[in-house]
Design a protein around this ligand. Structure first.
Ligand code: SAM
Length: 301
């Protein structure tokens, strides 16, 4: 368990994932009934990019300048991306940054908590003790729990120091009968693609009508294809793959892009995502050969 998200916070992958997350939450909120937002790999919830990029022991090259840093001064944002950037700006300002460059960056739990209505419930899971401690500090008004719940600004938020895959078994199906599940593992372990696919399968058996978002890294195209085959083999409901590549498949850099497998996307989400991802691909590209792709792994009927 060496992965620490603060070294990567605000990078291109966070930008893509979080911009999509904002639109997805908004799309699900078109219905009046609330849903549970389950974040299986929550991270800290909020990041100080200046302090954390330096790390505890050694200086690292920060990743956020090629992520959120590239969007910060843009004035040509498509509406889908604009709301995400506005949310980040407000978070950054609320934490006290008065500089023209971004300093404080919200993680997925904070983004979901900011957008949640009183109808929504948030269950945030993080297995790493230090990261869980930081998550607890970020949501200090909420009660730490292994199952209990806290209240913050009318939203119900519970924090769980536990394995996120175990949480899928423990928390689904939800009493609300509506769920948005973000599965965002670190892919440190060699078998994480297989673990993530099998956890998704288990979650779908328990609760097939939920909306699931599973993040994956694009390091080798063949690996992603294998992953897609495993996902399709689960025989899931309609499933979309959204991908953003900042370099071509043959580029020497390890992380060439990332993607989100989305089960049960809201109606016409593929149309909405197309413009957003094309824009992000053009702004975040580091080498020729990148771009965005939207593919139905299992089409809508
Ligand atoms: N979702 C976060 C966001 O978008 O802001 C980032 C999460 S980061 C990619 C992955 C997190 O999962 C790390 O904080 C790591 O400590 C945690 N983690 C690793 N293995 C885990 C597991 N089995 N269950 C829950 N959390 C885990």
């Amino acid at each position: 368990m060496n992965y620490r998200h603060h070294f990567h916070a605000g990078n291109f992958a966070d930008v893509m994932k979080h911009a999509v997350l904002v639109r997805l939450i908004r799309a699900l909120q078109k219905k009046p009934s609330g849903f549970v937002y389950l974040d299986t790999h929550a991270g800290r919830g909020g990041y100080d990019l200046v302090r954390e990029a330096v790390g505890e022991t050694l200086a690292r090259t920060p990743e956020w300048p090629d992520g959120i840093g590239r969007l910060w001064q843009r004035t040509d944002l498509p509406p889908g991306v604009a709301e995400y950037l506005q949310l980040v700006r407000e978070f950054d300002r609320a934490r006290g940054n008065l500089e023209p460059t971004v300093r404080f960056y919200p993680g997925s739990p904070r983004i979901a908590a900011t957008l949640a209505r009183g109808e929504e419930r948030l269950a945030l899971c993080e297995r790493h003790p230090e990261e869980f401690g930081a998550l607890s500090a970020e949501f200090s008004a909420s009660k730490r729990s292994r199952g209990g719940e806290g209240t913050r600004r009318g939203n119900r938020i519970s924090l769980h120091e536990m394995d996120g895959y175990g949480a899928l078994r423990a928390m689904l199906p939800p009493p609300e009968r509506r769920a948005l599940v973000l599965i965002d593992p670190p892919y440190e372990a060699q078998d994480e693609f297989a673990s993530a696919a099998s956890a998704l399968g288990e979650a779908l058996r328990r609760f097939p009508s939920g909306t699931y978002v599973l993040w994956y890294p694009l390091t080798q195209r063949a690996r992603v294809q294998e992953f897609f085959t495993a996902i399709v083999g689960l025989n899931p409901p309609p499933t979309l793959a959204l991908e953003l590549a900042i370099a071509g498949d043959d580029a020497p850099r390890k992380l060439k892009g990332c993607g989100l497998v989305m089960v049960n996307p809201p109606w016409q989400f593929d149309h909405e995502a197309r413009g957003m991802l094309a824009y992000l691909a053009s702004v975040l590209a580091v080498e020729a050969g990148g771009g965005s792709r939207i593919t139905w792994l299992v089409p809508e009927k």
